[in-house]
Design a protein around this ligand. Sequence first.
Ligand SMILES: *[C@@H]1O[C@H](CO)[C@@H](O)[C@H](O)[C@H]1NC(C)=O
Ligand SMILES: *[C@@H]1O[C@H](CO)[C@@H](O)[C@H](O)[C@H]1NC(C)=O
Ligand SMILES: *[C@@H]1O[C@H](CO)[C@@H](O)[C@H](O)[C@H]1NC(C)=O
Ligand SMILES: *[C@@H]1O[C@H](CO)[C@@H](O)[C@H](O)[C@H]1NC(C)=O
Length: 478
Amino acid sequence: MMMSWSWCKTTGRHEAEGTKKGSSSAGRVAAWLLLSPLLVLVVLKTDFLPTVSRTDTGLGNAKWQQQHYPHGPEAVKADMGGSASRLTCNLSNRHSDTCTMEGDVRIHGRSATVYVVAAASNHRRPENSTVTVRPYTRKWEQETMARIREVTVRYTPPPAPFGSGVIPPRCTAVHDGAPAVVFSTGGCGTNFFHAMSDLVVPLYITAREYGGRVHLLVTDYRPEWVAKFRPVLDALSAHPVVDLDSDAAVRCFPAARVGLESHNGMLAIDPTLSRHGYTMVGFRDFLRSVFSLPRPWAWSSSRPVISRPPRLVMVLRRHSRALTNEADTVAAMEDLGFDVVPARPEDVADMGRFARVVNSCDVMVGVHGAGLTNMVFLPHNATVVQIVPWGDMKWACWYDFGEPVQGMGLRYVEYEVTAEETTLKEKYARDHPVFTDPQSIHRQGKAWATFLDGQNVTLDIDRFKAAMQQVFQSITTG
Ligand SMILES: *[C@@H]1O[C@H](CO)[C@@H](O)[C@H](O)[C@H]1NC(C)=O
Ligand SMILES: *[C@@H]1O[C@H](CO)[C@@H](O)[C@H](O)[C@H]1NC(C)=O
Ligand SMILES: *[C@@H]1O[C@H](CO)[C@@H](O)[C@H](O)[C@H]1NC(C)=O
Ligand SMILES: *[C@@H]1O[C@H](CO)[C@@H](O)[C@H](O)[C@H]1NC(C)=O
């Protein structure tokens, strides 16, 4: 089950306004995305197939052409000749459509078209075949995907000897033999959780294997996103990031991937789906190296940091889900023996600097929100305490942060606020559905406005302190 609401759909839409450009025909993708569950696999290989296998018949609107050619011995010959072009698309993943291609790949940014040029050696020329991909990883969320620029992947015959030479276009920039990865930053990357879960983790899964010998080509280019993640992008690619939207060049590559691979769950890597067995623990090691973070391991009874008590970072929010009794909460944590680092939004804004603060800590505490994503910088075996706001939010909070924590080599503790601990009680009577039937608010599509944007939290200090006492003990006594 996917959540019916998300930051991406609500706030993300407004943030995208004004920066949106070059997006095409939002309506068409909606029909396309509604056709789930799709199990579609398209394989195109030099001069013999477009083959398409599928288990669903409702594909009338799909914008690729289905063709079958029996492949004769000459096709195999073309392969062996070393000039084969091959295109494989997987359109059955729930998170993203991806195409992999090799051979003669020509990318024209301005028209968002990727040409995969078939070898000339065969007398039977393939028909043109077209697959369109929105290279972002929230395929199930139409509202978000409608903002993503569509990239057309065209499997095309070689230029005719006396033809106009328009399709496929001539290369104007030939790179160094490294492949390309094409993806969009147009989704929800201004939110740190989405930036990590929708983009950085999938980019790691897709591009890390090239060891820096890869070109990153970005559609819906957001300079502020690229600037923020510059250290990560520099670690993944030795080449400058290309803004494809206005790129007039025809860039040619021996291989390319269009769309990022993304595994089930948030902030997740499934080692069994990763070609190289990547894991979230490995991803965190990668980030630790990118940001030169010194601590691989957290404070524990088996590894005490002799000179100081366990350190706790409190991620504090401002406009919603803020702690109204911040100072009392900090004092209570200090009473327990923690060295407390309060982190306000202005402290968190500089990612590199805050990564070092987080890495110096052994526990992270915060009300559900994007700031908790900074857990990726914690040392192994550290503890994350998620404060779940009022409103039957347990499952959603678990999905975003609880479940990912396990795969990261961290420990997870959840603290669910009671009806006494939410400022909603100042707005609604206790017999209001907000308290008696929170699910009904979810069903009306008002969960975001009511429970996420609409409440602050006043922790019951005794109750919270008791929960945190257990965390302190589990760290210091093993
Ligand atoms: C396509 O993606 C689906 C879902 O992630 C996966 O189960 C399947 O193995 C993939 N197919 C190929 C040929 O990679
Ligand atoms: C293939 O594309 C070329 C160039 O756009 C076009 O002239 C030709 O008619 C197309 N062929 C088919 C079968 O669609
Ligand atoms: C939460 O508290 C902040 C002040 O810290 C205030 O500006 C905001 O309006 C409050 N939000 C709600 C939903 O009560
Ligand atoms: C991780 O935490 C557990 C539970 O406190 C502890 O038993 C274990 O020794 C820790 N591992 C390391 C390497 O610190």
